[in-house]
Ligand binder design. Structure first.
Ligand code: ZN
Length: 306
């Protein structure tokens, strides 16, 4: 029964919930809390998979009788499958992290070499130490996270944006760096790559990518106001970081439309929506534990001699 419940919860979280959450409108009102909910859904899905693998043979052993060769074989097989799941996840995380670090180090060296920031008098008075400007006609901006972070702007961006807009773009990129959004994306990318092809879904990757952009937009909006950020975004919207994982490049036009719509009118952020999302995230994480512990407690109490 425990395995059945965990299996149903795991399948619901991996096949039904992502589609519903990805198309919901409320995450735009609480993007940071929605990211926490996506993390909880992913982690709970993993816990459910491990729970099914470990609980199913235990229930089978109960039917076969403990100590029988079939029961022992079922338990050993379950432990092996659980180990494969954990090793696959850890190997994927290590691979994604290593590739990102290597690519970023090379990229950082290149932008340091090609930097022309000192030749651009149109930069705002206060620019971050790691700002680099690359000559070229295309307007773009992105950041390179890490211990020595960089914010990269193109000469084309400086030509089409005024100083206040450039300040808003820099504030947006700095929010990505400050909150280490790269680590969040890496964890989702690692999970995506670890899941076997037929079971994997891009919905969490695309949704979290957009939500992190909204979190950075909110930080820039607080510092510079919505208007300069909105007009800068309208010009730079199609520029994406060449450093990001290939899987995280969703529909750029649709992403820009949704980001622009939240920057029009009143600040859409809502504390009650955020609190509800975080509460749901915590409840989800507790659920597999309850499903495992309640039957165990039930058995333990029924075995009590009174
Ligand atoms: Zn961004």
């Amino acid at each position: 029964m425990t395995a059945l419940l965990l299996g149903a919860l795991g399948l619901t979280l991996s096949l039904v919930v992502p589609g519903v959450l990805a198309t919901a409108r409320w995450p735009a009102r609480a993007p940071a809390a929605a990211v926490v909910l996506w993390q909880s859904i992913t982690l709970t899905g993993i816990l459910c998979a491990l729970g099914v693998v470990l609980a199913a043979p235990q229930e089978l052993v109960g039917a076969l009788g403990s100590g029988t060769p079939a029961g022992v074989a079922a338990l050993l097989a379950a432990l092996a499958v659980a180990a494969v799941i954990i090793i696959r996840l850890l190997a994927s995380l290590a691979g994604v992290t290593h590739r990102s670090r290597t690519r970023r180090a090379r990229h950082r060296m290149l932008v340091d070499l090609l930097d022309t920031a000192e030749r651009h008098g149109e930069l705002p008075d206060e620019v971050p130490a790691g700002l680099r400007v690359l000559d070229g006609p295309l307007p773009f901006a992105y950041c390179l996270p890490g211990r020595r972070p960089r914010v990269v702007l193109s000469g084309g961006a400086l030509r089409v944006l005024d100083r206040i807009q450039v300040g808003a773009v820099i504030a947006h990129e700095q929010a990505h760096l400050r909150h280490r959004h790269d680590l969040v994306m890496e964890s989702f990318t690692a999970f995506y790559r670890a899941v076997p092809g037929p079971l994997r879904s891009r919905a969490p990757l695309d949704a979290v990518h957009l939500l992190l952009e909204m979190v950075a937009d909110d930080a820039a909006r607080r510092r510079c106001g919505a208007a300069p950020l909105r007009s800068a975004l309208a010009v730079l919207g199609d520029a994406v970081s060449p450093d990001g994982p290939a899987e995280a490049a969703g529909d750029a036009g649709e992403e820009r439309r949704r980001r622009l719509s939240r920057l029009t009118g009143d600040d859409p952020r809502s504390a009650p929506v955020a609190a509800g999302a975080v509460a749901a995230a915590i409840a989800l994480l507790v659920l597999p534990t309850v499903i495992l512990v309640v039957p165990w407690l039930d058995r333990a109490l029924s075995a009590w001699p009174l």
